[in-house]
Design a protein around this ligand. Structure first.
Ligand SMILES: Nc1ncnc2c1ncn2[C@@H]1O[C@H](COP(=O)(O)OP(=O)(O)OP(=O)(O)O)[C@@H](O)[C@H]1O
Ligand SMILES: [Mg+2]
Length: 246
C-alpha cells in the first residue's frame, strides 16, 4: 500500500482537482484505490457523488473509529472507493490535544484498510495543523500543487522550512505546477526559476483549463469525461511520475 497525500498550506491551488484525477487514473490502471476526503468542505466527496446525507449519517465520526471499513463507499468507477468527508473532522484538533494521540492517529486509520488497497490518496485541507503533521510523518509521498505566483511559491518555501524545523523527511515533498497559464509571462518565468532551484519539482505542468472547472457540472474527474483534454493528459502524466516517487 502506498499513501499519497495531496497537500498545500495554501487553499484553492488545485489539491482536490489533483486528488480526484490521480485517484481515477490509479484505479483505471488497475490499482485498488481509496481516496480519503480529509477536508470538511467535502469537495472530493462531491465530485464522486458521495456527499449525500445518508452517507454523512453513516459516516459520522469515522475519523475516531478503530475500523473505518463501514464508512467506505464504492464510487461509480471500478477499483475506486471513497471515504467521504465528515464535517466533524474540524473537531479532531481538540480531540488530539486531549488524547495526545495525533502521532498514531493516521496509522490507526489506515491499518484496517491497508491490505485492501494498493493506493490511498488523501485530499488534505489547507493549513498547518496536528492533522497535517501526522500526515507529513506517515504518508509515503506528499504531492504539492503550486501555482506559479509569488504568494503560492512563498507558501512552498514555508512548507520546506516547516519540514526542516520539525525534522520531517524533505524527500517526500513533490511539488508540481498547477493552473498554469502559458500566456502569462510571470507564470512562465516563475516556473523556470522555481524548477531550477528546486530539483525535487516534478517535471509536469497542469494547465489552467476550463474542462477542470466543468468537473463540478459532470461530478466526475476530468480524466473520465474528457480524457483527451489537455488537462486530462497532464494528469495522466502526473500519475506516471507520482507512482514512481516515494
Ligand atoms: N487546472 C485547472 N484549470 C482550471 N481550473 C482549475 C484547475 N485546477 C483547479 N481548478 C479550479 O480551481 C478551484 C480550486 O481548485 P481545487 O478545489 O482543486 O483547489 P483546492 O486546493 O483543493 O482548494 P481548497 O484549499 O479550498 O480545498 C476549483 O473551482 C477548480 O475547479
Ligand atoms: Mg480541496
Amino acid at each position: 500500500m502506498k499513501v499519497i497525500a495531496v497537500y498545500n498550506i495554501k487553499g484553492g491551488v488545485g489539491k482536490t482537482a489533483t486528488s480526484v484525477n490521480l485517484a481515477a487514473v490509479s484505479a483505471f490502471e488497475g490499482n485498488k484505490t481509496l481516496i480519503i476526503d480529509l477536508d470538511p468542505q467535502a469537495a472530493s466527496s462531491f465530485y464522486f457523488k458521495a456527499d449525500e446525507e445518508k452517507n454523512q449519517k453513516k459516516n459520522k465520526g469515522w475519523f475516531l473509529k478503530d475500523d473505518v471499513n463501514d464508512a467506505i463507499i464504492e464510487t461509480e468507477f471500478y477499483n475506486l472507493d471513497i471515504l467521504p468527508a465528515d464535517k466533524d473532522i474540524r473537531n479532531l484538533e481538540q480531540v488530539f490535544k486531549k488524547l495526545k494521540k495525533s502521532d498514531s492517529w493516521f496509522k490507526g486509520l489506515v491499518k484496517p484498510v491497508g491490505k485492501k488497497y494498493d493506493v490511498i490518496i488523501l485530499d488534505c485541507q489547507p493549513g498547518i495543523s496536528l492533522i497535517s503533521d501526522t500526515i507529513f510523518k506517515n504518508a509515503d509521498v506528499i504531492v504539492v500543487p503550486v501555482i506559479p505566483t509569488v504568494l503560492s511559491l512563498r507558501t512552498y518555501e514555508q512548507l520546506v522550512e516547516y519540514f526542516k524545523e520539525k525534522d520531517f523527511k524533505l524527500g517526500k515533498l513533490k511539488p508540481f505546477f498547477s493552473m498554469v497559464e502559458k500566456r502569462k509571462k510571470m507564470h512562465i518565468e516563475s516556473l523556470r526559476d522555481f524548477s531550477r532551484s528546486h530539483k525535487e519539482c516534478l517535471n509536469i505542468i497542469i494547465p489552467y483549463n476550463a474542462d477542470v472547472e466543468k468537473m463540478g457540472i459532470h461530478r466526475e474527474p476530468v480524466v473520465r469525461f474528457a480524457p483527451s483534454s489537455e488537462a486530462a493528459k497532464a494528469y495522466f502524466k502526473l500519475w506516471k511520475q507520482v507512482k514512481k516517487a516515494g
